[in-house]
Write a protein that binds this ligand. Structure first.
Ligand code: AMP
Length: 293
């Protein structure tokens, strides 16, 4: 079946209604486009779980702060559609800003608590923008399952909370981070990095891998695990927003001894590019297998 493209919410909704009427199970992958292999992996997971895959491509202005990179965020609809077509996706929903936000829109979906730390503390309003657009997209598409990357770990937890709190009948599937060969997490924003900035950006996966090595050696002090990551990243980054050790489900910051599992999440700026990454000790593989030191 050829890929269809909808740019209006009503058209996307009608196509999804039709698919459901024919008995299809819809899986949904929301994206901001400039697709890379990480996104395409989410599409593959969506395909395994459904017979009708919808991918949205929408650079959502309400999740960008005034000083952020909305205007220069990479856009390549034609290239994205070609990649999704090769992946046998059924529907791409690529709306305009006007199609998603009517003039006079006044409704904001706000998930509390879990949005206070990490990126929420550094990007005011970001998760309101994320929760609002995800709620709108889920309402238009009506998926049984939606697939998100663990690369945006806090976003994944926010979406899980949103769906539980609003009784949305959508299974949220979290997929491990896909990385470049050297360990850098794939991101549309990596395209902004100069070669030198990219090399410095590797301090993040190296730091996270160093924490894995310590954890494997028995280290359980939240402070020392954090320090191992921070030491590497602080040496290389132009600005470090946070290096945080937190409970993987509630995202509350951990001190003292960590338990079985602990999230270590990082956000740091390299040149004009802000990179985020994370790993769950006791659960994930290290970003750089065997290359922690
Ligand atoms: P974005 O286009 O950056 O908004 O990302 C769309 C979806 O792709 C989100 O669920 C991201 O978490 C996910 N994603 C982005 N990069 C990766 C990656 N390297 N590995 C896995 N998922 C990713």
């Amino acid at each position: 079946m050829p890929l269809e493209i909808a740019s209006e919410a009503a058209d996307a909704r009608a196509r999804c209604d039709e698919a459901r009427a024919q008995g299809a199970r819809i899986a949904f992958v929301p994206t901001m486009g400039a697709l890379h292999l990480g996104h395409l992996h989410l599409v593959d997971v969506a395909k395994e779980r459904s017979d009708f895959v919808v991918v949205s491509i929408f650079v959502n202005p309400t999740q960008f702060g005034p000083a952020e990179d909305l205007d220069r965020y990479p856009r390549d609809l034609e290239g994205d559609v070609a990649k999704l077509s090769a992946r046998d996706v059924q529907l791409v929903f690529a709306p305009s800003v006007e199609a998603m936000y009517a003039p006079g829109a006044r409704t904001v979906v706000s998930v509390k608590g879990i949005t206070d730390g990490l990126c929420g503390a550094h990007r005011p309003g970001h998760f309101d923008g994320v929760a609002t657009i995800v709620a709108k997209l889920f309402d238009i598409v009506g998926p049984c399952a939606a697939v998100f990357g663990r690369k945006d770990y806090q976003q994944l937890q926010v979406v899980k909370r949103l769906v539980a709190d609003l009784n949305m009948p959508v299974e949220i599937v979290g997929v491990p981070t896909i990385r470049e060969e050297d360990g850098l997490a794939m991101s549309s924003r990596n395209a902004y990095l100069s070669a030198a900035e990219r090399a410095r950006g590797l301090s993040i996966p190296r730091g996270l891998s160093a924490a894995h090595a310590l954890y494997r050696g028995g280290e359980r002090s939240a402070r020392d695990l954090r320090a191992a990551v921070a030491q590497l990243v602080e040496k290389s980054a132009d600005r470090v927003d946070y290096v945080t050790v937190a409970a993987p489900d509630t995202l509350s910051e951990l001190s003292g001894e960590i338990g079985e599992r602990a999230l270590i999440a990082v956000a740091a700026q390299f040149g004009r590019t802000r990179l985020i990454d994370n790993t769950v000790l006791g659960e994930d593989e290290p970003p750089i297998p065997g290359g922690e030191t």
